[in-house]
Write a protein that binds this ligand. Structure first.
Ligand SMILES: [Zn+2]
Length: 67
C-alpha cells in the first residue's frame, strides 16, 4: 500500500474517534489522546495505543499499517 493511503487510512480511523475514559470519565478526542507503544506481542510498527491525557488509562489500540 502506498504511504499516502496508509496515512489517509489512519487519519480516517482517528477522525471518527472520541473515546470516553473508563477510569476518569473524560471524553478524549484523537487529537488529545496520548500515543504509546502497545503492550504485549503486537508489532509497534503496526499498532499504537491511544491513552487518556488526564489519567493515562488506555483507551484504544489503533492499526497504523502497513497492511
Ligand atoms: Zn482518564
Amino acid at each position: 500500500m502506498p504511504v499516502g493511503e496508509r496515512v489517509l487510512s489512519l487519519a480516517r480511523q482517528l477522525h471518527c474517534m472520541t473515546e470516553e475514559c473508563d477510569t476518569c470519565g473524560r471524553s478524549v478526542s484523537a487529537d488529545e489522546a496520548i500515543r504509546r507503544e502497545t503492550i504485549g506481542d503486537l508489532d509497534t510498527d503496526r499498532w499504537q495505543t491511544l491513552c487518556c491525557p488526564d489519567c493515562g488509562a488506555r483507551l484504544r489500540t489503533v492499526f497504523v499499517g502497513p497492511d
